[in-house]
Design a binder for this molecule. Structure first.
Ligand SMILES: O=C(O)CCC(=O)C(=O)O
Length: 320
């Protein structure tokens, strides 16, 4: 069981809304993953004694399945759609997230899970509101296909299809976080996505469930979050799976079913000024932070880059 790390939490009770980032271990056993996620949601949603409870939780990328292209088709579920009112019956992961959101009265950015839709498999994030209603669904737009010799080779497109909807948002209301955007992991490398979320949807916060690795994690994870926060002038929040222990990696190798994946961890929250306001290391953790959304508006007013674009010379265009 993970625990709230005191050093990661603001000690003052300011009355500002809060967000918790959930970082937990993922195994090959889906039923264990579901229980672990549920237990972490419950622990995070209770908050710290005597302090305001978090209003929004963020789970990691691919938390119900091993992070392996071979595993995605096997673990994929038919997920509800926002348009059809969110019928959860095809998905035990959606059912769990929706039930927990309702029980604890909290927004849940449900990390991501493999989604089956006909012959296609997507890497999909579902967002539930405090009534347990599915309010947004983001299919990872930019697939993680990279080859860094001596580092990491990964090709999500071996089994996944890229999502076709770039700008995924949900509204939490003015008293909380306003408009919130969603991307998944590799999506964070594309500044256009964050810029368009600000330009078209005026978000003040962007959540990126992610699972960086031991090559690009130390080099780029924090850098990309701080960069996206500054260029979109919004809070950036990430949640990663906890890094597998040596024991867990050995067991995965011995079992031989799926190649082991070593996540970088380090779930992090960054404010629009580019400062880290909460983070953890590679182990299981719940990172709880206060969010003052007025900081996003302040940045947009004080350093009005959105109004100063030389659109006569260049543009970043949304094609719908
Ligand atoms: O961009 C990276 O370096 C890692 C991305 C990743 O792990 C992912 O998209 O799942």
């Amino acid at each position: 069981m993970s625990s709230l790390a005191a050093s990661e939490v603001s000690s003052t009770q300011t009355g500002l809304p809060r967000v918790s980032l959930l970082q937990f271990h993922v195994t090959e056993d889906k039923s264990i993953n579901l229980k672990t996620a549920r237990r972490n949601i419950e622990e995070a949603a209770r908050g710290r004694k005597g302090e305001r409870k978090p209003e929004l939780l963020v789970l990691p990328e691919v938390w119900n399945s091993p992070y392996a292209t071979e595993a995605f088709p096997e673990y994929a579920e038919v997920l509800p759609s926002v348009e059809e009112g969110g019928d959860m019956r095809g998905s035990e992961s959606a059912e769990m997230l929706s039930g927990a959101a309702k029980e604890f009265g909290v927004f849940i950015v449900g990390g991501s899970v493999p989604e089956r839709d006909g012959d296609d498999i997507y890497n999909t994030c579902m967002v539930f509101d405090p009534r347990g209603v599915l309010v947004a669904k983001h299919r990872k737009v930019h697939l993680f296909d990279i080859d860094v010799p001596g580092g990491i080779t990964f090709k999500e497109s071996d089994t996944l299809t890229a999502g076709g909807g770039l700008l995924t948002t949900f509204d939490t209301g003015e008293g909380l976080f306003g408009m919130v955007g969603v991307g998944i992991c590799y999506d964070i490398r594309f500044p256009e996505l964050a810029l368009l979320l600000t330009k078209e949807k005026d978000v003040s916060m962007i959540c990126f469930p992610g699972a960086f690795n031991m090559t690009t994690g130390p080099a780029h994870w924090e850098l990309l979050q701080r960069a996206r926060a500054v260029d979109s002038q919004a809070f950036v929040l990430t949640a990663s799976p906890a890094r597998a222990t040596e024991e867990m990696l050995e067991a995965t190798k011995k079992d031989g079913k799926f190649p082991p994946y070593t996540a970088w961890g380090h779930s992090t929250a960054v404010n629009p000024w580019g400062e880290i306001i909460g983070s953890c290391d590679e182990g299981e953790a719940i990172v709880e932070v206060e969010i003052d959304v007025s900081k996003s508006m302040q940045m947009k007013t004080n350093i009005p880059t959105a109004l100063q674009k030389r659109t006569d010379l260049y543009s970043v265009e949304f094609k719908g």
